[in-house]
Write a protein that binds this ligand. Structure first.
Ligand code: TYM
Length: 335
């Protein structure tokens, strides 16, 4: 049976990259026969400093965003990571399975730690190990993510394989399959088509936030970087045109089509015509999310109840898996 797991960090507003590369796809995977688990990864958030009072708010906000985007607690298990201790328990075991050399190759750590690598937290270094535990504690088979998580998923596969080998349990953990699919697995900055759209870009014009109103969305698309050429005749013509390629990818993802389809429709037309159409589309798809989020956040008790219920259902799956792994490792259990 298929089991889908993915996580998002509660660190600031979700942007269009998170939505098209991840959350929109989470929604699409509901009710297709696989069990779906979606996690607010608060333990990952604290690998860099967070203000405790703000973190609590950010966890509820991301949960509201999940619901506002269409995740449904009836069809998915929606919860925050810290309420299911089995994640951290399995992560410790995995810290003893993963090799320092493997972690030294992680590019995201290098980016996030920046110049002061000695000053980064141990948690930031071990971040991908906790991520492997998130996935494997459910024996998840499919993991929808954006392109930037590819290396972390390869590490999760390596950890699963080494655990199985070390403890002579060939099939204990399955190899999780990364699902990095569709036209928007790497949405780029609207100001610079060679940089990833990110929460941490100092320019707010570089990204569309899920909380942006219609005017802000339209403005950001109008100002988005392109080049003087019209849309090409075929998708191959997008090569070497990162800004143009990015907008076509966003348009394709918002309309559930391929980039080739979009290019076929718009071939030879100027971006001065394409951008207003894209802006209308983005406003129509994204702007309602903010309204639904506001309504949901007016009732934090409801959000908390969703998370409590999700954590209970998640624990029921995760606890036996973590316990089984501890048993395999020879840790003594007397109760
Ligand atoms: P996070 O919180 O940075 O991002 C959440 C999801 O959004 C995707 N994403 C993008 N997709 C397309 N274009 C972009 N510009 C863009 N920016 C972000 C990310 O790939 C991700 O899918 N380590 C993860 C959270 C995590 C996780 C897990 C994911 C923790 N445990 C287990 C999967 C399974 C992260 O920091 O995502």
């Amino acid at each position: 049976a298929h089991r889908v797991f993915s996580g998002v960090q509660p660190t600031g507003n979700l942007h269009l990259g998170n939505y098209l590369g991840a959350v929109k796809r989470f929604v699409e995977m509901q009710g297709r026969g696989a069990e779906t688990l979606y996690c607010v990864v608060d333990l990952h958030a604290i690998t860099v400093p967070q203000k405790p009072a703000e973190l609590r708010g950010a966890i509820r906000e991301l949960t509201a965003a999940f619901l506002a985007c269409g995740l449904d607690p009836e069809r998915s298990i929606i919860f925050n990571q810290s309420q299911v201790p089995a994640h951290a328990e399995l992560a410790w075991l995995f810290n003893c399975v993963a090799r320092i050399g493997w972690l030294n190759r992680m590019t995201q750590f290098k980016e996030k730690a920046g110049k002061d690598r000695e000053g980064a937290s141990v948690g930031l270094y071990a971040y991908p190990v906790l991520m492997a535990a998130d996935i494997l504690v459910y024996k998840a088979t499919h993991v929808p993510v954006g392109e930037d998580q590819k290396q972390h998923l390869e590490l999760a596969r390596d950890i699963a394989a080494k655990f199985n080998l070390d403890f002579e349990a060939p099939d204990y953990f399955p190899q999780p399959e990364p699902m990095i699919e569709g036209p928007a697995t790497r949405v780029m900055s609207l100001r610079d088509g060679t940089k990833k759209m990110s929460k941490s870009d100092p320019s707010d014009l570089s990204r569309i936030n899920l909380t942006d109103d219609a005017d802000a969305i339209a403005l950001k698309i109008r100002k988005a970087q392109t080049d003087p050429e019209p849309l090409p005749e075929t998708v191959d013509g997008l090569a070497g045109r990162p800004g143009a390629d990015n907008l076509v990818g966003v348009y394709a993802a918002l309309t559930d089509r391929t980039k080739a389809d979009v290019v076929a429709e718009w071939a030879g037309k100027p971006f001065s015509a394409f951008k207003p159409a894209l802006a209308d589309l983005a406003v129509q798809k994204v702007a309602p999310i903010a309204g639904r989020m506001r309504d949901l956040l007016a009732d934090p008790g409801h959000i908390d109840a969703v998370l409590a219920n999700g954590a209970e259902r998640a624990s029921a799956i995760a606890e036996p898996v973590a316990r089984g792994a501890y048993d395999l490792a020879g840790l003594l259990r007397t109760r």
